[in-house]
Design a protein around this ligand. Structure first.
Ligand code: COA
Length: 174
């Protein structure tokens, strides 16, 4: 079961290490960030909320939700390398999306994903996100989204556990 709680000052070492881990940097819009930038970005920016994902009390990842205006939010997630490939990505995305749509009151959540980031694309599509072609401003990134209607889907209503694993496959259909 994945739990989310607001990130706090004592999580900073964990957040910095995960945010600047090579895979996260490779697929991020801004590359590696300095510790002060991460502190400001994750812990002190109005309109941006960072959550630490835990499992049985252990920190396994984070989810960041940023207000883009007009009830739209942007989501970004990461799992610590030791917790990848264990079926936690979809529960993490589902939990964070529910927090965004229910607790934070967004009507729509978007994820901008590097096309090469197959694991992320599959995880978001598997959680119910759909491609939003009209919103893609930069050709370099693909945009996926869910609206509050997603809350009625089976994925959203399932407990936030890891799904049964399927073998890696090709990139998801757009
Ligand atoms: C993105 C991330 C959260 C995904 O979590 P993960 O545990 O690595 O993902 P999984 O191992 O569950 O793989 C996700 C999907 O990709 C598939 N997959 C894994 N490796 C693959 C590969 N080499 N080729 C094709 N598909 C692959 C899995 O089968 C799974 O598919 P499914 O959901 O349809 O069953 C994690 O890799 C991460 O933190 N990456 C760095 C940060 C990042 O890129 N964040 C996303 C930015 S929004």
């Amino acid at each position: 079961m994945i739990e989310l709680r607001s990130a706090r000052e004592s999580d900073l070492d964990f957040l910095v290490e995960l945010r600047n881990e090579p895979e996260s940097v490779r697929y991020s819009k801004r590359g590696a960030l300095r510790r002060e930038e991460i502190a400001r970005d994750f812990l002190g920016r109005p309109g941006k909320r960072a959550f630490v994902a835990t499992r049985g009390g252990t920190r396994v990842g984070y989810a960041v939700l940023q207000a883009l205006g007009r009830g739209v939010g942007e989501i970004s997630v990461a799992l610590a390398p030791a917790f990848r490939g264990r079926g936690l990505a979809r529960p993490l995305i589902a939990r964070a999306s529910a927090v965004a749509l229910v607790d934070l009151g967004f009507r729509c959540i978007r994820a901008e994903i590097d096309p090469r980031n197959t694991r992320s694309r599959r995880s978001f599509v598997g959680t119910g996100y759909r491609r939003a072609r009209g919103l893609e401003v930069a050709a370099r990134l693909l945009c996926y989204e869910v609206t509050s209607a997603w809350l009625r889907s089976d994925v959203a209503r399932a407990p936030a556990r890891g799904p049964a694993r399927r073998p890696p496959g090709p990139p998801p259909p757009d």
